[in-house]
Design a binder for this molecule. Sequence first.
Ligand SMILES: [Mg+2]
Length: 197
Amino acid sequence: MVIGVDIDNTIKDTQRAAVKVYNRKLNRTVKVEDVREFYLDQAYGLTPQEGRKLWRSLEEEIYRIGVPLQNAARVLNELADEGHRIYFITARPGTKNIEAITRKWLKKYGFPYTGDNLVMNAQDKAKVAKILGVELFFEDAPNHLENLVKNKVPVVIVDAVYNRLFPVPLKRITDWEQVHDLVQEMENQKKQRSRKV
Ligand SMILES: [Mg+2]
């Protein structure tokens, strides 16, 4: 199967890293558990414009630090070993620096990054998914989820407090450990469909 995987808050605990960097920069003591929205703006009393500007100025550090979500690297490696094709598809800006930081982070934590399976600056993830033939996409961000669903890309929600009210009933994981069963289930469905044809 061809599997598309977002990075921030899908395989990496970016929210925790961002809160740490924001707290230091703004001299605050916000707890990651108290952030209920996708963007940090509200928790820090920033307007969307201020928030965007601050994020841009701090994002390199936010992407550099922070650790993988539990079991993400192990399970993705197991899937790659079983012959599944993994693509990392992120809307992070495709600047030289940020791409280098992203590659380095994937390698540092042992993700199945092969040198040619990272797509940066994927603003329209559905479009990227279609070009790559993605059959299953893992994503946390409501705006990307919406676009993927609208374009009929099969998608799994990676659970976060800000996506629990997502209006479409989709499969949801709270731990990468749950992904093996899910992929197996999808494969069985695929086999059944091809038998019917
Ligand atoms: Mg994300």
